[in-house]
Design a protein around this ligand. Structure first.
Ligand SMILES: C[S@@+](CC[C@H](N)C(=O)[O-])C[C@H]1O[C@@H](n2cnc3c(N)ncnc32)[C@H](O)[C@@H]1O
Length: 224
């Protein structure tokens, strides 16, 4: 059993849900929402009736910034995170589900987004196959996460986050998990290669929040 056991991950997010937004604000010095907002703003404009899926939606931050870009569905396997998302963005449809078995038809979405999610998924290949399956041909995939190679990000994570998380979570488990999952995650170039190996085509890669976040945009090929 790996430390990314899905049941344990679900349990952890259910248990920290009520403090999740607050702690994110503290450990990113309020910049995480700005980075998320900008990453969404920089996406190509979609048709008004575009179908959009926000995976690992959590408390609905990306869904909030997407809400006027089309019909948005948010998916997550943590009930408690979803309960907060529904309050934050009532106009969005939220679905409880697992990214490795998406409850949607093939070629349903014009855009799939995933913020700080793939890093938590034990079988990320399965999730990426599912993303390719539910994207329409030429549909876009936005992946947003910490930028592993960034010095500012490493400083915040190695020096400041441990201190703050110990105070606010009163428990080192989420911190240990966060650091480990970040350290072991792909760097931006590796991410592109990983996505390409799932049939996605490179579009752009940009950095936000003083380089602490990296947004990678890929496109589904016309044929798979
Ligand atoms: C770090 S949070 C990110 C939340 C949000 N996207 C954000 O940017 O703030 C990761 C979320 O992924 C969800 N998650 C992890 N593995 C999942 C899976 N296999 N299927 C669905 N949701 C998953 C967790 O429940 C959690 O809400």
């Amino acid at each position: 059993m790996t430390y990314k056991n899905p049941e344990k991950i679900k349990e952890m997010f259910n248990s920290i849900a009520n403090r999740y937004d607050f702690i994110n604000g503290i450990i990113s010095f309020g910049t995480h929402r700005y980075g998320k907002k900008q990453a969404i703003k920089d996406l190509p404009v979609l048709a008004h009736d575009a179908e959009i899926l926000d995976l690992c939606t959590g408390t609905g931050d990306l869904a909030f910034f997407l809400k006027n870009s089309g019909h948005v569905t948010g998916l997550d396997f943590s009930k408690n995170m979803l309960a907060l998302a529904s309050k934050k963005v009532p106009e969005v449809r939220f679905v409880e589900g697992d990214c490795t078995h998406l409850p949607f038809e093939d070629e349903t979405f014009n855009l799939v987004t995933m913020g700080f999610g793939l890093r938590n998924i034990e079988n990320s290949d399965l999730a990426l196959d599912e993303i390719g399956r539910v994207l329409k041909p030429e549909g876009l995939f936005l992946h947003l996460d910490f930028s592993k190679t960034n010095l500012a990000g490493d400083f915040v994570f190695d020096r400041i986050v441990p201190f703050l998380v110990r105070i606010f979570y009163n428990n080192t488990v989420p911190y240990n998990y966060l650091v480990k999952s970040k350290q072991e995650y792909f760097n931006p170039q590796e991410l592109v290669e990983k996505f390409q190996s799932h049939g996605l085509k490179y579009v752009t890669q940009k950095y936000y929040s003083f380089g602490m976040m990296c947004a990678t945009v890929m496109k589904r090929q016309t044929t798979r």
